[in-house]
Ligand binder design. Structure first.
Ligand SMILES: [Zn+2]
Length: 503
């Protein structure tokens, strides 16, 4: 180890910008299937001087002397430095795991499929039995990596505990997010319970429509991607029209996505491209990638609108903000509000009528299907958060087990989730809680827009103007601050409940 250089916060922030740019671009290349080998460790090694305990102490001292926005900026730089130390420790093993997953294949009907292709294929297989078979092969192959996933979780948990001075994973995440996860979980569970009757009605109807009469009483999660496409209706929501319809929907709000110099669209199909759409904000506002892998079906439209919300947020932030407030956040709860509100356009019955030429009754029926999907995902994430809280609360005692994963998710959704999927299904840093906060907040925002602008908020430029003002603030505000501006308590789930029960 060389003698550590300690940079001033401004120098640290500036070099961090190059580091995160390179890491983001490398992550993008692998994720979209342009590169078959992940080489994050080489980048991390090149920037090793950025992340040292001495640098961490330097940032902490500067933070203690500051107040207001400056203190928040320094806090975020310090936490990024902490995360960088963890990454440096784990980069080689992370790469090794990622590369092993990229190399893995499953044999299905005489074809050797990479895991991501298998995952993508599951969404489009017509026959119920075929999805069961491929889903099983995929889940079994993915679970082979569980030992390594668990080991990586353990090492990063211990290191984060040591560096932050907070060994308890739940408390550590609560401090960073600035909320109580237990209170959040309670508010979510009550809303979920209150919506159970409406959920059961929708579930019976849409399981029948989407999976047919041959389905099991409790179908397994192999069918979820197929349901999310509304596959039996994919002749309406075609692959060909996806981009055009979504771009037109956003244009109605005053956003010109196709000609936005800051947003780079990657819509191509490659075998190793992850089927999960995403935005990679390599250097906001100027370099923001919007990545999707279209397969036809409603899900293309929802995923595109969702990711467009993130892209417009990052590409729309005020370039004069400090880098920290354009790129770094304590969590993802803020940006997910903007993706959710754009995705919510696809739940408006009149959107289905306007863009797909459907009669009102059919448009309303298909919009109900989107509410069914929304409720399904909401219930799944609420159960996931509950499981993750339990998982981390007992982690130091039992080393991390799947106990409760299958039971909780299956009870909440009526879909069987395999116990051994618990690690592949876990995103770092309680991301599930960020999604769930955004669920509450986007419903509050929608109800605010309906009140201020009208029922057709989703096709009015006034909505775009309001969103543009929020985007300009970058990553600075918290999700809870947005609630206050909308006039809601952060845990007020009434607007969400109204959406889930369609009242
Ligand atoms: Zn998102």
């Amino acid at each position: 180890m060389s003698v550590a250089t300690i940079r001033t916060p401004a120098e640290f922030e500036s070099r961090l910008q190059s580091y995160l740019f390179e890491r983001s671009e490398e992550g993008r290349a692998v994720r979209v299937g342009e590169k078959e080998v992940s080489e994050q460790a080489a980048i991390v090694a090149r920037y090793a001087d950025l992340f040292s305990r001495a640098q961490l102490d330097g940032l902490r001292e500067a933070e203690e002397r500051a107040d207001g926005d400056e203190r928040e900026r320094l806090y975020r730089l310090r936490k990024t430095c902490e995360a960088g130390l963890v990454t440096a420790e784990l980069a080689e093993r992370d790469d090794a795991l990622e590369n092993a997953i990229l190399r893995a294949r499953v044999s299905f009907r005489g074809e050797e499929l990479p895991l991501r292709t298998a995952q993508a294929r599951l969404a489009v297989l017509e026959a119920y039995g075929d999805r069961e078979e491929l889903g099983d092969l995929y889940a079994t192959a993915s679970a082979e990596f569980n030992d390594e996933r668990l080991e990586l979780l353990r090492v990063s948990h211990e290191l984060e505990g040591e560096l932050s001075g907070e060994p308890d994973a739940v408390r550590r995440n609560e401090q960073e997010k600035g909320i109580s996860l237990a209170e959040l979980e309670q508010a979510l569970a009550s809303a979920s319970d209150a919506a159970t009757e409406a959920w059961r009605r929708m579930r019976t109807r849409w399981f029948e429509r989407l999976l047919g009469p041959e389905r099991d009483e409790v179908p397994n999660s192999s069918h979820v991607a197929y349901m999310r496409r509304l596959s039996p209706l994919d002749w309406i929501y075609t692959r060909e029209r996806g981009v055009e319809v979504c771009v037109a929907s956003l244009r109605a709000l005053g956003f010109d996505l196709a000609n936005d110099q800051n947003i780079r669209l990657d819509l191509d199909d490659r075998p190793q491209k992850s089927p999960r759409a995403c935005v990679i904000a390599s250097d906001p506002p100027q370099v923001v990638h919007l990545i999707t892998r279209a397969q036809g079906g409603l899900h293309d439209y929802q995923a595109f609108l969702h990711e467009a919300g993130h892209a417009l947020h990052y590409a729309g932030c005020d370039p004069s903000l400090p880098y920290t407030f354009r790129r770094l956040s304590r969590d993802h709860a803020l940006t997910e509000i903007y993706s959710y509100i754009c995705e919510a356009i696809s739940r408006e019955p009149a959107w289905h009528a306007e863009h797909f030429g459907l009669a009102d009754a059919e448009a309303a029926e298909n919009a109900e299907a989107t509410t069914f999907l929304e409720a399904l995902l909401y219930r799944r994430y609420t159960a996931k958060l509950r499981f993750e809280l339990e998982f981390w609360s007992r982690f130091d005692a039992d080393g991390g087990t799947a106990d409760g994963y299958e039971e909780r998710l299956t009870a909440a959704t009526g879909i069987r989730y395999r116990s051994d999927a618990y690690l592949a299904d876990m995103d770092a840093g309680f991301y599930s809680a960020d999604y769930l906060r955004a669920w509450i907040r986007a419903a509050q925002l929608r109800s605010h827009l309906v009140e201020e602008i009208g029922d057709d908020w989703w096709r009015r430029p006034e909505t775009g103007e309001r969103l543009r003002a929020l985007f300009a603030e970058g990553t600075r505000p918290t999700s809870e601050e947005i609630a206050a501006r909308l006039g809601f308590d952060p845990l007020d789930t009434r607007p969400l409940l109204a959406e889930l029960t369609q009242h």
